[in-house]
Design a protein around this ligand. Sequence first.
Ligand code: FES
Ligand code: FES
Length: 187
Amino acid sequence: MYCSHPHRYGSLVYHRADADVEKSVKWNVSGEANMPTYNFQVNGRAVSVESWDPSQPLLYLLRNSLDLHAAKFGCGLGQCGACTVLLDGKPVRSCLTPVSQAAGRKVTTLEGLGTPENPDPIQAAFIAEQASQCGYCTNGMIMSARGLLNQTPHPSPDQVKQSLAGNLCRCGTHTRILAAVMKASKA
Ligand code: FES
Ligand code: FES
């Protein structure tokens, strides 16, 4: 049955598009429905995830199906940036990105940026500038900054501020975050 009302899961609101699910459902020989599958790349690896709901947030599948926990659940409403990942190199809020939108595309999470031995320049700069307090916003900040430097390798401080304006930091680490991104842009 199709329901046009949003369903609430925790603080997350999204619409089930049951009509779309029905279109993509395949039936096996015994008459049972196979769950729709979505194929995409995550951190350079081909993945295949199952979901009955094409509007299920990418964030849920990253964390719950793929065990990638760097993207955080903050507001669930696209307002804090804690869940930021890259989709084809551009920052998106994974709490608002339907899994169907990721199909056939490249997703990068913080886990795919660097390693402790070989960090991404932005990760190295965040460490050097000690640009983190509680750390809840940090992963999303780094992914947004990576998206900015992908497009604009040498941004001005104002461009950095503008790009990170949608990433909230309740600890007030903004000055150090700005210094870290500027440092990374010169690395
Ligand atoms: S959890 Fe996605 S923007 Fe806040
Ligand atoms: S370091 Fe705590 S929210 Fe940013």
